[in-house]
Design a protein around this ligand. Structure first.
Ligand SMILES: [Ca+2]
Length: 133
């Protein structure tokens, strides 16, 4: 019994480092709120786990923007937290409209996320088959 424990631990460790490819696409928002400075100039920052995957371009004066950018992360792992931050670009300080967080699962998924300051973010992602690192 005692000798099988290290083997079990080794197996568990190699399972947890199985890496997969995450692809995030079809980012769009609807009914983004406007503020005193005018209509919303939305953009989205994308994070997965501890990785910063970058951000979309700014869609000026559009409460219902969509973004053609796709984001790919080759070292994603199942149950990593996908974090999408929707911001409104402004001259002085950009406004954080809301944050969407979700544990990623294998397969292709489509989600709607309600933003704290109003509006909805729609997005899709695919988490592909992993390979042992
Ligand atoms: Ca603005």
């Amino acid at each position: 019994m005692a000798t099988s424990l290290p083997l079990l631990l080794l197996l568990l460790c190699s399972l947890t480092v199985a890496e997969a490819q995450l692809r995030l696409f079809n980012l769009q928002a609807s009914d983004l709120p406007s503020n005193l400075l005018g209509t919303t100039d939305g953009y989205v920052k994308v994070f997965c786990g501890s990785a910063d995957l970058g951000e979309t371009s700014v869609r000026n004066n559009n409460p219902n923007p969509w973004w053609e950018e796709e984001f790919t992360h080759f070292k994603a792992q199942q149950n990593d937290i996908l974090r999408l931050e929707v911001h409104d670009s402004d001259i002085l300080i950009d406004d954080l409209l809301g944050v969407c967080q979700r544990q990623i699962k294998p397969g292709t998924h489509e989600h709607d996320c309600y933003l704290k300051k109003g509006g909805t973010l729609h997005y899709s992602y695919t988490l592909g088959a992993g390979h042992q690192a």
